[in-house]
Write a protein that binds this ligand. Sequence first.
Ligand code: UD1
Length: 422
Amino acid sequence: MQKLAIQGGNRLNGEVRISGAKNAALPILCASLLTRDALQLGNVPDLNDVATMRKLLQQMGVAIEANGSQMALSAANIDKLEAPYDMVKTMRAAILVLGPLVARFGEARVSLPGGCAIGSRPVDLHIKGLQAMGAEIHIEHGYIHAQVPTGSGGGRLKGARIFFDLVSVTGTENLMMAAVLADGVTVLENAAREPEVVDLAHCLIAMGAKIEGAGSDTISIAGVEKLHGASHRVMPDRIESGTFLVAAAAAGGDITLIDARADILENVLEKLQEAGASIQAAGSTINLKMSKRPKAVNVRTAPYPAFPTDMQAQFMAMNTIAEGSAMVVETIFENRFMHVQELRRLGAQIEVEGNTAVIKGCAQLEGATIMATDLRASACLVIAGLVAQGETIVDRIYHLDRGYEHIEAKLSALGAQIRRLK
Ligand code: UD1
């Protein structure tokens, strides 16, 4: 199993290019299933989750050509309407093939994701939405089997008004993709407002979909009979952006993100300023300067535009060495504090009660061997390693490779002492 060895104590300085967003690329790759024409994508990040999605789509019959961050996908010959268990278990986002398959072919078989480390994460909202659009759904042998009765409208979903009890990002994306080819108008209420939902909507609109309101909590989709090919550039990754900024705020330094977007990071940037960082955004660059020990900052996660759950662990790492105490409240996932145990191994002082962690900043962490438990927890441990005294070994970094493109190369270029142990 691969590990990262980090020698802590270096400041971070220089420029780093931000990759395409994982959470935008994954649904957009699935959107290729909605048409028999080619979908041309740019800025696709080189990540294990993207490789897994590519393999899944290829298994279904999608022809894919990739050249660096460019990818062309053609779903002209789909012969398998199924996402098997071994794919869904490694990457929950595989559930995103469900909406497009049912929309275009009237049928799909997708494995239930099951539990995952950060919580139970059911997909009931995806299922209920498809049922409201006329799909018949049976759960059999651990699979969701969705079928649109052929009697009425020849296996085509029907527009419906769908209210989400909880804000769900992939739920919104799945149903938006289902609705673009449905008969009639679908209105998604209490929809996710995440920028990745908007990026998917832009791609679908370029393919001929009629979507209004993406980015607000009410999205209206007028179904069309057919979509066509299009070109789309995947938006920059706001979580990768935030992770580098927090790393520099914790370790100190002067870094500039290239190809980033400040407008979708407002909450995170405000918190970094509160911690004492100076931030300048201009065009597609964001500069952060930090010359002192950070101040502890309270964080409460909630759906966009509030503070992202995917940045919670990284801020926790910064708070461990900050001046003062801070409270971190996680409201999205019930078990997203697994990094706490590992941070404690480095000497961090953290108490957890329910969904709240109280962190008392200490002057110094001490390097140790720690284990990554999920994707964003891994980023948190890397940040902790960058500020800890001596060597930190982060084990099980396959989680990190799911969502961060060439992270050790990017951090090394900024002056960190970090290397991969194979
Ligand atoms: C997406 C992101 C993930 C991020 C999360 C929250 C992708 C590929 N992943 O995950 O990085 O951490 O949003 O911003 O974009 N829920 C239900 N029933 C459902 C669906 C969700 O109860 O049918 C619950 C979940 O258990 C969770 C909450 O709703 O407690 C939000 O989850 P959701 O927004 O769906 O997360 P994902 O889309 O899986």
